[in-house]
Design a protein around this ligand. Structure first.
Ligand code: ADP
Ligand code: ZN
Ligand code: MG
Length: 480
């Protein structure tokens, strides 16, 4: 690259909604489950004369749920439109979609940039539409399976806010996790449940106006999206460096060669002769309906993380670790119900529990230490009954036996010596036997106290409560 061009990328995504039936008829929707070709079809989804569409309420609900997850504004009224074009897999001669009045607009999702910085990607719109059938080409023959015809899709269009292949990849990952988490779609790209078209142009970094965009289709994995973008950005920058122009066109990605080739010049919207679908009324959604759907939304990982930081005063590192999945987050919240200090709970779960979970490759749901027992162990440390070092030993034994901390501490005689009288006796001996250390401390070398504490620890066989020992020395030495 001679000049440092900035990539500008916008994504158009189609997700197949997890409904039982198709978008405008009662046909079964799970066509991918090896249903023989052309068996889940009816007059509506094969475009027979006089057949009338009836909107699937579940598809509306899932679409609204998705749009709310994407922080979109739901339009109280949206309108279905006919997009007219001819293709053998489209027997009606038009696709029912939403055009100038989509279901939802003005959303955003938060992603990470190449440098790990948070960034908002705006969502232009999310609208409902029906899928087309599937063409298969064999030798001189073309075969069509209409099982997919009229399957419910949600199209999610982003603003051209994405500036690198990594950002595009991260955007897709966030979106996919969200759609799966909420049960909106399975998002299996191999089954075509998630399809991605990318639009990419280059401009000078400071330029306000966007360059001419190229659309890339036939992307079958997130990996392909990333590779195709790297390839296309290079192709365009080479052209621009040579002073050549970019043509607006659609190109197809070839996974095998890692190349793109031109498919067609871009058709204009007017070529589709969009007009409102006369067989469907505008879709009217009342505020209370939208609010009811809102109530069914789960708390997303990033929301949980933000809440943990605030509610439990955790660092973003800890909050992120604890919200790595919902089971870990739930475990943490169960421990917190027992009123332990959040930082202690975070440390134990973040390092000891997750360490074990990773080591044994099991789910936190299946570990031998339940949240209540971990909380009890933490409390024994917080209350000074055992030291943190002893607690790690108790923890090991809890892991092996599933027994509560209390039983193990009693059985193995783990406990800290906090009896000030006894500790003071040893402390006095330490002071007497280490005049040099006492001199050093008086001269301001606080570290010298370590030698004295060490003596008491040795006498107590490691059971002295360090907090109390320090307190005792502070008292005795101030009198010296
Ligand atoms: P079209 O009319 O060709 O469908 P749209 O304006 O509807 O184009 O945008 C389609 C997608 O292309 C959107 O995701 C949008 O963000 C993206 N896009 C629009 N203009 C550009 C551009 N100059 N460079 C890169 N992406 C763009
Ligand atoms: Zn049908
Ligand atoms: Mg468009």
């Amino acid at each position: 690259m001679k000049q440092n061009w900035q990539a500008v990328i916008g994504l158009e995504i189609h997700v197949q909604l997890n409904t039982k039936s198709k978008l405008f008829c009662g046909c079964e929707s799970n066509y991918e489950k090896n249903k023989p070709t052309n068996t889940t079809v009816c007059p509506v989804c094969t475009g027979q004369p006089g057949a009338l569409p009836v909107l699937n309420e579940d598809a509306v609900k899932l679409s609204v749920k998705a749009a709310l997850s994407l922080n979109c504004k739901i339009n109280h009224q949206s309108v279905f439109a006919r997009k007219n074009y001819f293709y053998p897999d489209l027997p009606k001669g038009y696709q029912i979609t939403q055009h100038d009045k989509p279901l939802a607009e003005f959303g955003y999702v938060e992603i990470l940039t190449d440098e790990g910085q948070k960034k908002k990607i705006n969502i232009t719109r999310a609208h409902m539409e029906e899928d087309a059938g599937k063409s298969m080409h064999k030798n001189e023959h073309s075969l069509i399976d209409y099982n997919r015809s009229s399957m419910p899709l949600l199209e999610i269009v982003s603003e051209p806010d994405i500036n690198s292949s990594v950002e595009a990849y991260n955007y897709l990952t966030v979106l996919k996790e969200m759609l799966i988490w909420t049960g909106i779609s399975n998002c299996d790209m191999e089954k075509g449940e998630l399809r991605v078209d990318v639009n990419v142009s280059l401009k000078e970094p400071k330029a306000k106006e966007l360059g001419v965009k190229v659309e890339i289709k036939n992307l079958n994995s997130f990996r392909a999206v990333k590779d195709a973008l790297v390839h296309e950005i290079k192709r365009q920058s080479d052209l621009l460096d040579r002073g050549e122009k970019i043509f607006q066109e659609t190109r197809l990605w070839e996974d095998e060669t890692g190349n793109t080739h031109a498919m067609r010049g871009k058709e204009e919207a007017k070529d589709y002769r969009y007009f409102p679908e006369p067989d469907l009324k505008p879709l009217v959604l009342e505020e209370h309906y939208i609010n009811d759907v809102k109530k069914t939304l789960p708390e997303f990982a990033h929301q949980k993380q933000a809440r943990f930081e605030k509610q439990y005063k955790l660092s973003d590192y800890d909050a992120k670790l604890l919200t790595i999945n919902s089971n870990t987050a739930d475990y943490f919240e169960e421990v917190m119900k027992c009123k332990v200090q959040s930082k202690n709970a975070a440390n134990w779960i973040g390092s000891d529990i997750l360490g074990k979970v990773n080591e044994h490759k099991i789910s936190i749901l299946d570990i031998p230490i339940n949240p209540k027992n971990l909380a009890e162990l933490i409390k024994f440390v917080e209350g000074g009954t055992i030291s943190i070092k002893q607690a790690r030993e108790v923890f090991e034994k809890m892991w092996q036996s599933s027994k509560p901390a209390k039983d193990i501490i009693e059985k193995h005689g783990f406990s800290q010596l906090s009896d000030e009288g006894q500790l003071e006796t040893w402390a006095k001996e330490a002071i007497k036997g280490n005049p040099k250390a006492v001199e050093d401390i008086k001269r301001g070398n606080q570290k010298a106290v370590g030698a004295l504490v060490g003596y008491v620890m040795k006498q107590s066989k490691g059971k002295a409560n360090p907090g109390v020992v320090n307190k005792v020395f502070a008292k005795l030495l101030s009198k010296e």
